[in-house]
Each structure stands twice: as structure tokens, then as C-alpha cells.
Design a protein around this ligand. Structure first.
Ligand code: IMP
Ligand code: MG
Length: 176
């Protein structure tokens, strides 16, 4: 805890997040009306987003959780992605909607896409709460995007620095 700085200014307030999530939920409800999705939450960062988004979708959806690790306890990517916790539900024939907190380099997502598509889902799309402007190395196609944000590191609403600040209700900037 000792070399963790206090969070910076609010970039996205709780109200702004909730308003956008309601819009995404309505859009997903319309798009998946005939084929309710299986939400795949990428732990731990997407947990707050999954909880709010799922309640904004008016369909008999299912949810499952997966944990991958691409960052150590720092604010720089290691480029290495590994599965820390796998899904319980079989994806075969399912309409999978991957719920991500933030797409930065896109390495995590391209790994997930390859890994999950080998399990024969009927369809697979991605909803990302945040996308870093101009920072996607892999050219990832995202069906639903909450917000595009500038290059600065952010914390709160699930996003951490060395495992802290996930519980902040808003998204804040963070200076390492
Ligand atoms: P990518 O593989 O570079 O796209 O990194 C994506 C993952 O890195 C996200 O799912 C987050 O867990 C983490 N990450 C990227 N940027 C930030 C940030 O600004 N704050 C906290 N975590 C981040
Ligand atoms: Mg994540």
C-alpha cells in the first residue's frame, strides 16, 4: 500500500457511467431479443460493469466468470496473458457476449477471442466499457463501446492499481 498514490480527478462520474450503461443495456436487449446472451465477465476489472450491465438487460441471460492476467502489480502491460480461472458453462451453440472493462493494447481480448471461439459458440461479440483512444495494437472489432478515454491510466469502478481502488463508484485518473 505504501507507494500507492491517491486517485486523481474524476474522469467519468457514477451518473455518467450509469446513464451510458442503461443505453448499452437497451441496445443489447434489442439486439439479442431472440437469442439471449451468455455474458462472459472478465474478472476482476469488469465485475462492477457486469453487475450493472446485466441489470440493464431485460432478457433471461446467463452469466459466467473468467479471470485472465495480463498485468502484474504495475501500470504497464507485460504482454503475457494467461487464464487464472476458466468458465464453468459450455460455450457450444451459445451467443457469447464478452464483457470487458477496458481495451488498451487489445492483447487480452485477442487472446480471449481465440481461446473462446475454439469452444464453438454460435456467436461471439464484445462489450467494452472503456477503449483507450488510438491505443489498440491488435485491430479488435468491438460491438459495443461505453466510452473512449485518453491515454492516462485510470482507476475505480472495478479498475485497480495493485488491487486497490476497485470499489470507487466513479472512474478517476491515476498518476503512478
Ligand atoms: P490490454 O491487454 O492491453 O488491452 O489490457 C487490458 C487489461 O489491462 C484490462 O482488462 C485491465 O484489466 C488492464 N488495464 C488496462 N488499462 C488499465 C487502466 O488504465 N487501469 C486499470 N487497469 C487497466
Ligand atoms: Mg480486465
Amino acid at each position: 500500500m505504501t507507494d500507492i498514490n491517491p486517485p486523481g480527478e474524476i474522469i467519468l462520474s457514477s451518473e455518467t457511467l450509469q446513464k451510458r450503461i442503461a443505453e448499452l443495456g437497451a441496445q443489447i436487449t434489442a439486439d439479442y431479443a431472440d437469442d439471449p446472451p451468455l455474458l462472459v465477465c472478465v474478472l476482476k476489472g469488469a465485475v462492477m460493469f457486469l453487475a450493472d450491465l446485466a441489470r440493464a438487460i431485460d432478457l433471461p441471460l446467463e452469466m459466467d466468470f473468467m479471470a485472465v492476467s495480463s498485468y502484474g502489480n504495475s501500470t504497464k502491460t507485460s504482454g503475457v496473458v494467461r487464464i487464472v480461472k476458466d468458465l464453468d458453462i459450455d460455450l457450444a451453440g451459445r451467443h457469447v457476449l464478452i464483457v470487458e472493462d477496458i481495451v488498451d493494447s487489445g492483447l487480452t481480448l485477442s487472446f480471449l477471442r481465440k481461446n473462446l471461439s475454439s469452444r464453438n459458440p454460435a456467436s461471439m461479440k464484445v462489450v467494452a466499457l472503456l477503449v483507450r483512444e488510438g491505443r489498440q495494437k491488435a485491430d479488435e472489432e468491438l460491438a459495443y463501446i461505453g466510452f473512449e478515454i485518453p491515454p492516462d491510466f485510470v482507476v475505480g469502478y472495478g479498475l485497480d492499481v495493485a488491487e486497490v481502488y476497485r470499489n470507487l463508484p466513479a472512474i478517476h485518473s491515476y498518476t503512478p
